[in-house]
Design a binder for this molecule. Structure first.
Ligand SMILES: N[C@@H](CCC(=O)N[C@@H](CS)C(=O)NCC(=O)O)C(=O)O
Length: 204
């Protein structure tokens, strides 16, 4: 059994979706971040940073307990443990790595920077706009890829799981930018999946 510690954010949703789509048994502890529940002493023993998501797998490698933070690492862990979400075909597998990293190092940081700059007391408009533009530019690349294939790696993979919560939280901005036909078709396909629905609901 895996314990999931999460909250209503994209990173939390990514971990919950990964657990759902990989079919691993887990139980959820949900924290109210506004109330600072994720800073409780028990959780700080799991993640000294006091950041969600985190998992504790009581049946990790060799039957040993493993504690894991970082939503991307949790996605990869679930994929390896379940044998799902990592294409068997080497070409598709390489594409899964590529698009997983595209989200982790390009799309995700731009989205995070919009949140961070928008949280500053003076909400510097030029900084917010810069990161909005960056996010949109990176997502144009995802959209282009989704014009070639139904899923980023040609089949559902770690790459789609990484991207979905960001598109969900930035829907209004993406719609306003316009021209994301492929991305929105993919988003609808993803949203119809019970695993995605349950993961979003568990972490909302
Ligand atoms: N890179 C980490 C980010 C984790 C993170 O920043 N979590 C936020 C919520 S999305 C959090 O719990 N922040 C509380 C804090 O850092 O005090 C991941 O992908 O898991």
């Amino acid at each position: 059994m895996i314990d999931l510690y999460t909250g209503p954010t994209g990173n939390g949703q990514r971990a919950a979706i990964a657990l759902e789509e990989s079919g691993l048994a887990y139980k959820t502890t949900k924290y109210n971040l506004q109330k600072g529940e994720h800073k409780n002493p028990d959780f700080l023993k799991i993640n000294p940073l006091g950041a969600i998501p985190a998992i504790v797998d009581h049946d990790g490698a060799g039957g040993k307990k493993i504690v894991l933070t970082q939503s991307g690492a949790i996605v990869l862990y679930c994929a390896e443990k379940s044998g799902k979400l990592l294409p068997k075909d080497p070409e598709r597998r390489a594409q899964a790595y590529r698009w997983f990293m595209h989200t982790s190092t390009d799309v995700g940081p731009a989205s995070g920077a919009i949140f961070a700059t928008g949280s500053l007391p003076d909400k510097p408009a030029s900084a917010v706009e810069l990161f909005q533009k960056r996010l949109i530019n990176h997502l144009r690349e995802s959209d282009r890829r989704l014009g070639e294939a139904e899923y980023l790696a040609g089949e559902l993979s770690i790459a789609d799981i990484a991207l979905y919560p960001i598109v969900a939280s930035r829907k209004a901005l993406i719609e306003k930018a316009g021209g994301f036909t492929n991305l929105f078709k993919w988003f609808e396909r993803m949203s119809a999946r019970p695993g995605i629905q349950k993961g979003m609901q568990v972490s909302s």
